[in-house]
Design a protein around this ligand. Sequence first.
Ligand code: FES
Length: 172
Amino acid sequence: MVSTLSNEIRELRTRYPEPRSAVMPALQLAQERRGGWLPEATLREVADALELTPAYCLSIASFYDMFHLEPIGETVIEVCTNVSCALNGAQQVVEAFEAELGLSAGETSPAYTLRAVECLGGCGWATVVAVNNRHRLRVRAEDVPALVAELEGREPPVDDASEEEQPDDGDA
Ligand code: FES
């Protein structure tokens, strides 16, 4: 039986001059329909619907960061570590997420996938972090605990520095 996904991809294919032109939107559609990642069987389904080889579809899916070849967490956090972000503390941002989530970059838990990725196209607003494809701009390592608390619906942690007593100005 031909799946709904196969039919949708065949329909998609008619909008492009040749099957190869449709491979990116077809993979995006397949990823959406299959829980956010592309199992081998789904790559074969895309290939069959476009009359391409599975190897060709895999070569595209493995090249681009937006395609996932393994299961992902409910929330995908991607930290840009390319030049502009690297110069603005991206590595510290990655390490802050690792500490906060208990994951290393590249790892997945049921709740989160944490990734260090190439340029997210917001170089003037470094460091850029994408949370389920929504970009957060000018993220600093010290912003990470509050960002994770927000994602989990918790109150942001108290910033110890702002709790410190102000110096006595001598007027008392
Ligand atoms: S270098 Fe980070 S968004 Fe471009």
